[in-house]
Ligand binder design. Structure first.
Ligand code: SF4
Length: 456
């Protein structure tokens, strides 16, 4: 599987990459396929069936609205969050849906979107089935899609044979493991960020890659600013009050210098992003939405508190952080429904730790060491969101993950990169731990905090 940095960092909307962005992408793909097969004009009814984790926690993760928006042809990257409420009001009020923005059909949401909480499709816990019917009730098209984390979507046949679905991009330094990545960098005499950038050159002009990464950084900063400026409660039954705005005000008013002030700021940055995510705001998936606060919080820490920080350092951070994310995506998973939260917050922590060392001009070995530490102390982390909302424990967990990432980077920078547990070993351990983890701790809200804390 060939992955680009821009597959790992994607601009989208909250609250979930696997349960919001993935289903929106799948629904959009389905209607675009109908157009390609020249079946859109004869489609009079569309049915959607949701399975497994999507069915169990999809309502809290806004899967239903994502599906409706996707069927109308919207994509997470292009969607303006402000048009979401009126669009849903129109669809639900009129009982009509504008397929791909081109064909209006009747749509009875309770009958046409079915939630199979007691069933899973064979490929993955996040399964969806879409059907299109003609006026005489005959089947025009049926497809199964899987949302595999981070907004990635695969059709059933693509999931079974990923190499057949992969884009044919030949990069100069392919790598499937951290050991291979380090070897190739050593062999070519490159820093890791240089190697990753050379691979990105196979996708697009270098200036475009730089511009895209700086745009991603801009969206992250804007997200933090919006999170600081917002007020009130987050949506949903938990009635969670936003904490970032007050924390931000308090930090601005602080006159006494404290050695822990930078940590307070890191907490505030992470809370701001994840509160915006919970509110369905514009977000960068890094590598998922639930864990989207860690990379921006650590990057903003770098920019604000590290002497000599620069946009070049931001680019090094994002290139290397993405390469670490690719290793998890290739060799394990970045889906909470497969790995628990270690696959989301743990992976983001690992990416941010390695990315920070790269920004600080650490060595390749120190980067690998930091990324390993970032995951090692998240192993076994379960996913048990209360009421299926990406709020508790998710928001605060990002603050904890960001602080942990900075500590991992600092630990690694104090050494020379030599250490006992390799990044590859910790990724394999995460995968095995995720496979052994009971499904009640894998984004189903059937265990942990989700069953021990009342919802209101
Ligand atoms: S607990 Fe972790 S994996 Fe689960 S929804 Fe929250 S952030 Fe995502």
């Amino acid at each position: 599987m060939t992955l680009s940095v821009l597959d790992i960092f994607k601009i989208g909307i909250g609250p979930s990459s696997s349960h919001t962005m993935g289903p929106m992408n799948a629904a959009r793909r389905f209607v675009l396929d109908l157009i390609e097969r020249e079946q859109l004009a004869t489609t009079t009814q569309v049915g959607v069936q949701l399975y497994g984790s999507l069915a169990l926690t999809g309502r809290g993760h806004c899967t239903d609205l994502a599906i409706l928006l996707g069927l109308e042809g919207h994509s997470p990257e292009g969607l303006d969050p402000l048009i979401v409420p009126p669009t849903l009001e129109r669809i639900r009020g009129s009982g009509r849906l504008n397929l791909a923005g081109a064909r209006e059909i009747a749509f009875d949401e309770p009958m046409d979107v079915l939630w199979h909480r007691d069933q899973t499709l064979p490929g993955h816990s996040n399964g969806m089935r879409f059907t299109a019917l003609a006026a005489d009730g005959s089947l025009l098209c049926r497809e199964e899609y899987y949302s595999t984390g981070g907004g990635f979507v695969a059709r059933a046949d693509e999931l079974a044979a990923p190499s057949a679905a992969a884009p044919a991009v030949v990069v100069p330094y392919p790598f499937d493991s951290a050991a291979e990545l380090l070897d190739r960098a050593r062999g070519a005499g490159l820093e890791l960020y240089e190697l990753v950038m050379a691979n990105e050159d196979a996708y697009r002009e270098r200036a475009q890659t730089r511009a895209a990464l700086l745009k991603i950084w801009g969206v992250m900063q804007a997200c933090i600013e919006r999170g600081f400026a917002a007020q009130g409660m987050l949506p949903g039954v938990l009635k969670v009050r936003r904490r970032a705005p007050k924390m931000h005000r308090q930090l601005l008013e602080t006159t006494v210098a404290s050695p822990m002030q930078a940590m307070d700021w890191v907490n505030a940055f992470a809370l701001a992003v994840n509160e915006e995510n919970a509110a369905g705001g514009r977000i960068v998936t890094a590598p998922t939405n639930g864990a989207a606060g860690i990379v921006p919080a650590v990057l903003t820490y770098y920019r604000r508190f590290e002497p000599g920080a620069s946009d070049e350092g931001v680019l090094r951070f994002l290139l290397v952080g993405a390469a670490i994310g690719m290793l998890y995506k290739k060799n394990a998973s970045i889906s909470g429904a497969e790995m628990g939260c270690q696959g989301e917050v743990g992976v983001a922590c690992s990416m941010a730790a390695g990315g920070l060392v790269a920004a600080l001009n650490g060595t390749n070995s120190q980067i690998e060491n930091a990324a390993e530490i970032g995951m090692e102390h998240n192993l076994g982390l379960t996913c048990d969101p209360i009421a299926g909302l990406v709020q508790i424990p998710c928001i605060e967990r990002n603050a904890m993950g960001a602080v942990k990432a900075i500590n991992a980077a600092r630990l690694a920078m104090r050494g020379d990169g030599t250490h006992k547990v390799t990044l590859d070993q910790v990724i394999a351990t995460m995968r095995q731990t995720g496979e052994d983890m009971s499904s009640i701790y894998k984004e189903t809200s059937q265990g942990g905090l989700a069953v021990n804390v009342p919802e209101c």
